[in-house]
Design a protein around this ligand. Structure first.
Ligand SMILES: Nc1ncnc2c1ncn2[C@@H]1O[C@H](COP(=O)(O)OP(=O)(O)OP(=O)(O)O)[C@@H](O)[C@H]1O
Ligand SMILES: [Mg+2]
Length: 338
């Protein structure tokens, strides 16, 4: 059972570009700084309860840690009546009620560089912008992690990665930048469990999709494409962030997804089950049926990852590997082209 932390202090935000849940910068009872999230959010004047967001974000953080994806640590914060009385803004402004909330450890000296670059695209001349982008790409110290992040997003059906520039942050480290992945509430297709989303399949049906092989791989790619289309980003294939990751994934040293795939293959059903059992019951609105559905989904998706990436490669979706063909996953696959 994870230990719950409390809120000790609320700090002024260090960023005016915060997302729909407007996470709050806090100091928790372990003395560390965190971004505290809410599952009740406001967008375009409407309020939504994202009833699967904490469950999913918590599960994804555990998977990210297991797979060595660069991500902050995640904590559970208990907000009680006494805390709400001490910080009235929490209750009245930020709409927190008593309960358990999710927080990610504050990444110091980080910024939303992809957003900044995107703004530059409209305000600067082409050669200047191209130079800026190149300089930025050259500064990234953990390029090998980018293929891992892309693999992880497909594995978890992270609906909010490829089109949202704010979910990769960049930590300034001397003269280099480290890419760090955050925000997993929209993994597993959408942030909802029970709440019907107009025009979309019921969550449990998405998770319990029985399809395998090429059919499943096509559906996976089409799903990302349709999210890109909803955000008018098909000009950038699966989205603006996809394009950033894609342009920085190299194939000259072999299959860039091989290492993360090998790690993912060690995610046994019993490891996934333990992760699911560690999620606080308060966040599991659908009880054991919900836990079972995610286990089923992850097993199916894990078994299909090589198929998805081969399909993407064969359709020349990776800009640094224009020869297409199948990726090489094991030494004995001598017929592969990469
Ligand atoms: N652990 C962290 N360290 C540093 N900055 C963070 C951290 N978590 C969040 N942020 C900042 O806050 C912003 C919003 O956080 P996050 O993406 O988790 O919230 P959200 O409301 O779910 O966003 P979205 O708009 O994607 O739904 C991030 O883009 C980033 O700038
Ligand atoms: Mg976000």
């Amino acid at each position: 059972m994870e230990e719950y932390l409390n809120v000790e202090l609320i700090l002024p935000p260090d960023n005016d570009n915060l997302g729909i849940s407007s996470p709050l910068l806090i100091v928790a009872s372990d003395g560390k700084r965190y971004y505290l999230k809410n599952y009740k959010v406001k967008q375009d004047g409407n309020e939504y309860t994202l009833d699967a967001a904490f469950f999913q974000e918590s599960l994804a953080y555990k998977l990210a840690e297991f797979l060595n994806i660069p991500s902050p640590s995640c904590a559970t914060i208990y907000i009680d009546e006494q805390t709400l009385n001490s910080f009235p803004d929490l209750r009245f402004k930020n709409k927190f009620t008593s309960g358990i909330y999710l927080a990610s450890e504050y990444v110091e000296n980080s910024s939303n560089d992809l957003n900044t670059l995107y703004q530059l695209m409209f305000t600067s001349n082409q050669p200047y912008f191209k130079r800026k982008v190149k300089n930025f790409f050259d500064l990234i110290e953990n390029k090998d992690d980018l293929s891992k992040i892309l693999y992880f997003d497909i594995l978890t059906m992270n609906a909010d990665r490829f089109t949202n520039l704010g979910n990769l942050i960049f930590q300034n480290q001397e003269d280099r930048k480290k890419t760090i992945s955050i925000d997993y509430g929209f993994c597993f297709f959408n942030p909802f469990w029970d709440i019907p989303l107009s025009g979309q399949m019921q969550k449990i049906k998405c998770l319990q999709n029985e399809k395998d092989g090429q059919d499943r791989a096509w559906e996976t790619i089409q799903q990302f494409y349709s999210w890109s289309s909803q955000h008018n980003q098909t000009k950038y294939a699966l989205g603006l962030t996809f394009q950033f990751l894609n342009k920085n994934i190299y194939f000259n040293k072999g299959n860039p997804f091989k290492e993360i795939h090998e790690a993912a293959m060690t995610l046994t059903p019993s490891i996934i089950t333990s992760m699911l059992n560690e999620i606080p019951d308060e966040w599991v609105v659908g009880g054991d049926q919900q836990r079972q559905a995610y286990l089923f989904f992850l097993q199916k998706q894990l078994a299909n990852m090589t198929e998805v990436l081969d399909l993407m490669n064969n359709n020349k979706m990776f800009s640094n590997n224009t020869q297409g063909g199948l990726l090489k996953w094991e030494k004995e696959q001598s017929m592969s082209t990469q």
